[in-house]
Design a protein around this ligand. Sequence first.
Ligand SMILES: Cc1cc2nc3c(=O)[nH]c(=O)nc-3n(C[C@H](O)[C@H](O)[C@H](O)COP(=O)(O)O)c2cc1C
Length: 593
Amino acid sequence: MKKVIVGMGTCGLSAGARPVHERLQALVEDHPDVCAPGITGCIGMCYREPLVEIRDGGNRWIYGDVDAEKMGRIFEAHVLTDRIPEAVSVVYSEMADGTRGGEEKDFLALQQRIVLRHCGLIDPESMDDYLAVDGYKALRRALTEMRPEGILQTVKDSGLRGRGGAGFSTGLKWSFAAANQGEKKFVICNADEGDPGAFMDRSVLESDPHAVLEGMAICAAAIGGTHGYIYCRAEYPLALHRLYLALDAARAAGFLGQNIMGTDFSFDIKIKQGAGAFVCGEETALFASIEGQRGMPRIRPPFPAEKGLWQQPTNNNNVETYANVPWIIRHGAERYAELGTEKSRGTKVFALAGKVVRGGLVEVPMGTTIRELVHRIGGGIKDGRTFKAVQMGGPSGGCIPAALEDTHVDFESIPATGAIMGSGGMIVLDDTSCMVEIARYFLNFTQQESCGKCTFCRIGTLRMLEILERITCGEGDPADPDKLLLLAGQIKEASLCGLGQTAPNPVLTTMRYYRDEYDAHIRDHTCPAGVCNALVDFFIDPDKCTGCTLCAKQCPVQAISGQPRAPHVIDTQVCVKCGKCLSSCNFGAIFKG
Ligand SMILES: Cc1cc2nc3c(=O)[nH]c(=O)nc-3n(C[C@H](O)[C@H](O)[C@H](O)COP(=O)(O)O)c2cc1C
């Protein structure tokens, strides 16, 4: 019997997957016994959601940009009569003989998926689906065929490094926690994911929650962990819903709880919902938050392996780090270590966002170049514009210019550019991006998210932000770049945690690679990209204006005049540059210059 599966990750749902799913259910009711309906998570092609997949024997077809009406056509044609319907895009197909096709064939074909191995393939709400892809076999092997030292050695040998940003050796970190004793020992999964533009962890939790639970249980078995916590932000309701379901199912199946799989190993996991503070992703602030205190970082040492949550030995890893572990245990350290570069083994998941054609989730071997990610997998820049830079590592990261697009993404090469690997957010910028404004945006974020504990982070970032704000308003002073550099150095040096230590990075990298843009704002009072409103005027192109009058109606200060059905004009003396006309124009007639 055919299977018809709707992608129901957050990306699919926000693009309209629910009505598609409802239509499918109605069709199945009208035609019982012709197909089995199902759901799945995110396969990574967020830019073509809603996606619907038909599986028939060993063949699969994924349709993209599906709505309820197209769902009906797919059902009539493909499900009922084995025909590919007209005017509905097959974005990917894979036949039993291995032949691949579809409009977006390259997107998946160019990737190597370990962390995302089940994402978009299984129903994340079904234990049967997870077991069908050999779920919990790695845990069984770890508990019944390996000793804790063997697990630690395997993880060390794999070369896996933490995917939360710092890239510390996971095996080494586990062995530190294993060496310490306490009344309790905690295994924590950091699913805070506060970086703007990042959605790797959310997608993994929504699409394959058991892989993370299994990875955590294996970690507990290796280090003697007794209690687990997943710290996940409350803004991820679907991830939380699926995590709660997965926890219940895992307990019911005996994969969590007392005497797991009939052994003397007992371990269970609780969920702590975070309130969405960026600093609570920093592990010691995360512990404080779980403990019910205000989320503020603590001084290290003592390190978490010795005194972490509630002063007990603790191991904390990122979602993606844990999701790698079952694969490593099942396939062996060697196979994992074959992928990637000498010092950065395995694969890395990236959330491709911004001005790239194929925005979504991708997984590639470490060492893949930025060029490959942006142009080949990402399909290049939207609207035929020019690639300008990629912002990596979120607010702690930096901007890597297009000239360095042959840089390899790994824990050595990216920091050499002044950016950081971070957790995998990759925001692609085109020639319409102002790099001073980008720096201001990220600094505004870190400034607001500073917990306030360190003076340099709390006040230093505010002073930097004030300088950037006046530069983007055309009121910069020639001494400002030096002041920014001075403050940046002091904030990095004197802040307690990674938030302050890295907050100046977006400013430093944009000053390093785009100093001319800073100079243009300060010296010439111009914004070369035409982004900073204070430095540009709004105009109407008479050849494009149809005189629809919409912009004039939107303008809060009556700066736009003209007769209906005749080109309008903007009085730049009256205009307050709010941009409402620009966003309301349906004819692309309004421009900044
Ligand atoms: C301000 C700040 C925010 C952070 N946010 C996260 C986060 O959202 N997720 C994460 O895994 N690590 C985050 N980290 C890094 C954690 O402190 C920690 O290094 C990481 O969770 C360790 O896991 P790993 O070894 O698997 O990388 C953050 C660090 C800082 C300084």
